[in-house]
Design a protein around this ligand. Sequence first.
Ligand SMILES: C[S@@+](CC[C@H](N)C(=O)[O-])C[C@H]1O[C@@H](n2cnc3c(N)ncnc32)[C@H](O)[C@@H]1O
Length: 459
Amino acid sequence: MSDFEIQEIVQLDRTVLNEILEESNRAGYRHMQRLMNDFIEGHNRFDHTGEVLLGAFKGKELIGICGLNQDPYHFEPGVGRLRRMYVLEAYRRMGVGRELVHEIIRRAQAHYRMLVLHTDSYDADVFYRSIGFVRADQADRISHILHLHHYNETCTCKNEERIINMEEYYWDTKIEYLKNTRNLYYNDDYLEFLVKQVWKIQSPVHIVDYGCGYGYLGLKLLPLLPPGSSYTGMDQGEKLIDKAKEIYKNLPYKTTFIVRNIEELQAEPQYDIAICHAFLLHMTDPQAILGKMIRSVVDGGMIICMEPHWISAMSNIVLHGEDSSNVANLGILQKLFENDQKRLGKDGNIGLKLPIYLSQLGVRHIQCRVSDKVNFLDVHMNEAEKEQLFQSILEDGLGSPPGNREEVIANLIQRGLTRSDAERQYEIELNLSQILSIDSYLVSAPNMKITFGTVIGNS
Ligand SMILES: C[S@@+](CC[C@H](N)C(=O)[O-])C[C@H]1O[C@@H](n2cnc3c(N)ncnc32)[C@H](O)[C@@H]1O
């Protein structure tokens, strides 16, 4: 639905709010009545610095509303409070609430470092977390927090673990990142070995790549697959899919690219192979997505998941002259990744769990391998190759500067670390960013896990 407009409300008129008031009162919510009363009595008209009341209008009809105040409870500068949010039932799940909140965030960024809110509704919790808020379980009158400076920035540790971008779809902004980092995982001869010796693909196949990005896997696999094979790439990123179409336009392969949110996919058995690469770790319910992938494969076909197991990647790093514990403190990272998984469902350590998940979902003849590539930044390499590898390593999140100390530490605490672990993690990242240079000796093996098996019983 795009036929609504977000506008600032300076004078809240009872007749305009009436439908929302009646509906919310009937549903037992009191916050819209409070909004009206406070406005009439002058207690809160959203008219201080950094405050605004926004309405979503369909023509003249007010279909949603949301306010931004200076946080009145904690007297801390730099904290804004999102409140008085309501969308008429008839207009829910159409993007109205999301647009309102995005606009509130956009405006809050000019005034605050943090946005807080309070809700005890399950649906609201899911909604706000989908936008990038995180739960604040122990804080008084705060159920969710959004660190505004982090909103569009890289999170600590791994670039792939990011908060959702508010204006543009996040992965659509990461095409260069994807292009610059895919070279870190596999040697071409190993992929050939997998296709020909391990998967033994000898007749043409129709392969679907879920979360295909710009079609990296297709570019690697299509030249190795028997002639007549076809590749379908599916991704939520419109720009990524446009990029894929542009890249494949002059290539001699049968390809189809589809913009699709795979979480909403109704899968039918139609492909010989369903594959994904660095995709499931971003899913809040990876088993449900695996179920869809499996359902999209014909009886006797194959599912192949190529996913990371971050903690093993972080243990596979040697920086000459440094203790490994100064490069990656595995205990802290283990906690961080596990907490994230518990909070968000997304699992950077999904790689080694996939054999179990696939077996539980009925896949048989399961095997798991690891990717072969070991990246060696060698002081004796030729300069161009050294520069390229060094940039790829930085882009992949290793050795890039962690950002503002207080904010990074607050974010790590928010993600469940103790203050001392958060400070230690910050120091490690800072230290690494200062000592890692193009003239370092660095050896790292990302060690992707490649899990595959046979799909049985689909028809
Ligand atoms: C780390 S990237 C990997 C892209 C590609 N497989 C590669 O390795 O180059 C994760 C991809 O998953 C896609 N993605 C994430 N959630 C999705 C969803 N719900 N539906 C479709 N694609 C999604 C993103 O748009 C992004 O392209």
